[in-house]
Design a protein around this ligand. Sequence first.
Ligand SMILES: Cc1cc2nc3c(=O)[nH]c(=O)nc-3n(C[C@H](O)[C@H](O)[C@H](O)COP(=O)(O)OP(=O)(O)OC[C@H]3O[C@@H](n4cnc5c(N)ncnc54)[C@H](O)[C@@H]3O)c2cc1C
Length: 421
Amino acid sequence: MKKFDHPWKNNFIERSNNITIPYDGWNYSINFDSKYFSTIDNKRRKKSYQYQSEPKDLNLELLELENKNKATSLCLESVNHSQIAIIGCGPVGMAASLWLKKAYPKKEITIYETRVDLKSNKIKPFSRRWLTYVKLDLLEPILNLEDVSLIKRIGLYNCIGIDIRNLEYALLRAINKQEISICQMNNKIPKPEILLDASGGRFMQYNQSKIIGKKSLNIISPKNKNNFGQIECSSNILNQFEIVDFGNIIKPFYNGYPLQVPFLKINYLPPNLKDEFIYFSNILNNDYGVYYWNGVMRDDLNHSLLFLSLFQDEFLGIDDLIDFPIRLDQAWDNNLFREKASRRLSIIFEWILTKLGKDRLCYIEPLFLWQPFLCLRKDRYISGDIEYLNIGDSHYIGNPKTGNGLANHLYELKDIFSGMF
Ligand SMILES: Cc1cc2nc3c(=O)[nH]c(=O)nc-3n(C[C@H](O)[C@H](O)[C@H](O)COP(=O)(O)OP(=O)(O)OC[C@H]3O[C@@H](n4cnc5c(N)ncnc54)[C@H](O)[C@@H]3O)c2cc1C
């Protein structure tokens, strides 16, 4: 069998043995979110992160960026041959394609994506508006110069600052410039030399019926309370943890169930509420899992994101009422929503609404369940002899509250590929 013999591939495989980063996310949730562990069935209605209208007035550089986004081609191509196939046109798949294009300018690289609009023959517009904490130097070598200079004017502390959607559009502009093809995912991928799975863990189905092994989890408890005054949980709870190895995928388990934390996100909050919110919510909730995250953008462009860990009943109460981002004030006007929201959530929502001026809006996003896994990389082949490598969220799902996903995935790409030039 002919191997795709390049040192970067082995480098990815070797790094996968170091599971410190995903483990940090599991450990964090065990220390701070153990009250919220749930066993909710994953079969929920499909949710959308598409805002129904622009969530806030855009000014200066953000407006410039949005105009660029609108002008960015989302067109698909049909491809008959490619040497490198990348599954998934998310931030990690796109960044990988650009690093690979730098390494192999002559190779044909194609991204395959399922999120397409067949009528217009385009990929669907990017819609997730989550804040990021990504250093610009991780992407600077692969983005278009004009985007880099615009992003530099927006971000602080050498971070890109912009949300994941703006980042995806910027990556797409670089892809269009480098003439990397994007085509609709179907069952007929022309046989590549190597396939990179950047589908966020949705391309491969892993059999989880047979347990190959179990390990107990070595928990590191924090010595002090964290900055938000959250208290660590009792060691009895921690003893119920184990890591279950299903062969290709390993997962942390709690009390016989896969570790799972339900979250609620409120987006576009004003950054200057942060201190007051933490003070208010700590008095109210003490060790409950609240996390107020200010973006890393210039003050006049910035906004914040609130992560709330939810109890299972809180999640089940309102999950069906939020199918796409909705304004908190409008959600709160709905009697059913007010009835279904727990007492704790009601107090938090009302506090936020009182603090927001009339012209300031914030948005509740569809709830989500964080259920981490890690797919170790091995020398693997699919369809007989195509080499397979998983990257990004297909490798592991980071903890959104510790932010140990996207930035680390992009760091890994840069660290491995930039060594080639
Ligand atoms: C609910 C939620 C909230 C999050 N919040 C934040 C946040 O606030 N800030 C932050 O920095 N990070 C956040 N993250 C993490 C961040 O979104 C991920 O780390 C990042 O998107 C991973 O990028 P990726 O390219 O690996 O995968 P994805 O972004 O998931 O991209 C995968 C792509 O593959 C496509 N695809 C899926 N299946 C197939 C298939 N079979 N064939 C072809 N294409 C396929 C998808 O349509 C998608 O375009 C969050 C994650 C989740 C799930």
